[in-house]
Design a protein around this ligand. Structure first.
Ligand code: BTN
Length: 263
């Protein structure tokens, strides 16, 4: 994406601040700085290339130029955001990406809880939510979204813990990344003040991969257990039926889901 495509993508949207960077360390760091400077309202930083892109759990996230969408949204917390909705906010990015892919390209994405977007069962997008606190007060919530657009963006499969794909591979044709950015932003605006509503949870849950199926859960310390994926709880945590029959809710970061064949 370039500056002109970015300008077209954000035209007319009620953003408090926005900027495009041909190259940057990490867009999440940029909007975190904006939050420190006191920017209020929904703000957006996007980049064509990231040199220090981050994924969840301290992993690197590659964003070579010309092949990916990398952007971070500073969510508007001015209206007294309820910190108990943090788990739901992590699903917001993935849901918005899914809905944009469905509307624009008639694709059928799924969400590997909490917020990986899968196309044909492979990861095409990751979301990095980062909360910034001052004492016990939630000061800023940032959603960093990375979407693989073209095959050049993808690391070799052997370097990945989960198979990856990109939008153009799933679609079989080229896309305009600016159109996808706009589509995602429009859906963020639709949902951002409706987190934790029944409609939001239904839309998120309705796209969950492996819903009703047995999956493997990596619960850390080399422990893998099997459980049935039952759906979402009201706070966005994931409900799973363990083989003991116990129904348990797991928070983001507690578990990693793997399809059964991938133990
Ligand atoms: C993951 O699946 O591990 C999350 C990946 C999130 C990557 C995006 S790209 C834009 C933003 N800036 C970053 O440094 N990371 C996020």
């Amino acid at each position: 994406m370039n500056q002109a495509e970015f300008a077209k993508a954000v035209a007319g949207l009620p953003l408090a601040k926005y900027a495009f960077f041909p190259s940057i360390g990490s867009t999440n760091d940029e909007v975190a700085e904006w939050a420190r400077q006191g920017v209020q309202g929904l703000a957006l930083a996007a980049a064509d290339e990231q040199t220090r892109g981050r994924g969840r759990a301290g992993r690197r996230w590659l964003t070579p130029p010309g092949s990916a969408l990398a952007f971070s949204i500073l969510l508007d917390l001015a209206a007294g955001f309820d910190a108990s909705r943090l788990g739901c906010a992590s699903g917001l990015g993935a849901l918005a990406v899914c809905e944009a892919l469905e509307t624009l390209y008639k694709l059928s994405p799924q969400i590997k809880w909490p917020n990986d977007v899968l196309l044909d069962g492979m990861k095409a997008c990751g979301v990095l939510p980062e909360a910034h606190w001052t004492g016990s007060r939630l000061r800023a919530l940032i959603l960093g979204i990375g979407i693989n657009i073209a095959p050049d963006d993808m690391p070799p499969q052997e370097a990945l813990s989960f198979p990856a794909t990109c939008v153009e591979e799933a679609l079989g044709s080229r896309i305009k990344p600016g159109d996808l950015l706009r589509g995602v932003l429009e859906r963020i605006f639709v949902w951002k003040d409706r987190l934790a509503t029944v409609e939001f949870l239904e839309a998120w849950q309705g796209r969950l991969a492996y819903l009703g199926e047995n999956v493997h859960l990596d619960v850390g310390k080399d422990r893998i257990i099997e459980a049935q994926l039952e759906g979402l709880a009201a706070d966005g945590s994931l409900r799973l039926r363990l083989s003991t029959g116990e129904l348990r809710a797991f928070q983001m970061g507690e578990i990693q889901i793997r399809p059964l064949a991938k133990k």
